[in-house]
Design a protein around this ligand. Structure first.
Ligand SMILES: [Zn+2]
Length: 153
């Protein structure tokens, strides 16, 4: 423990100096009246880690599932619809549907919704986007470091 007067790291006593109880070393204690030895202090508790700042709601992004082509094709065939008829049903071009079913064209979210509805399948997956937050934190750290180096100049 450090003496509150001279800062020496040694055994301390509680001394009444100028009306104030101070934890001081034996040398400094001579300036006042020694009241009692400092009770063996409990190990200074480490400050609890500050609670993680409440992370913002993770961003939910909607993505088209990777196997959309297979899903659409299989679901359509299950319904016994020809590409042509199904395209008509969706009021989309047959060529577009063909591209979707062969994996050459990833449907837009809007089209995916339409396909989901018509085929009773799931094409849109929701993902929590967490990478962004981490990137932001890294950027902040960099910025603070940057500021410090600017101050040093
Ligand atoms: Zn001292």
């Amino acid at each position: 423990m450090q003496c509150e007067m001279c800062g020496r790291d040694t055994e301390l006593v509680i001394s009444l100096i100028e009306g104030t109880e101070l934890r001081v070393c034996r040398d400094c204690a001579k300036h006042g009246k020694v009241l009692r030895p400092v009770p063996s202090a409990p190990q200074p508790r480490k400050k609890p880690k500050p609670a993680e700042p409440a992370s913002p709601e993770p961003e939910i992004i909607e993505v088209i599932t990777d196997d959309y082509a297979k899903k659409v094709k299989e679901a359509r065939e299950r319904l016994g619809l020809k590409q042509k008829d199904f395209a008509k049903k969706l009021s989309e071009k047959e060529a577009l549907l063909h591209k979707v079913e062969t994996g050459k064209y990833m449907p837009s979210l809007l089209l995916a919704r339409k396909l989901e509805h018509a085929l009773n399948i799931t094409l849109v997956e929701k993902h929590e986007e967490k990478h962004d937050t981490e990137n932001k934190r890294r950027t902040e750290t960099f910025t603070i470091g940057d500021m410090i180096s600017i101050k040093k100049r």
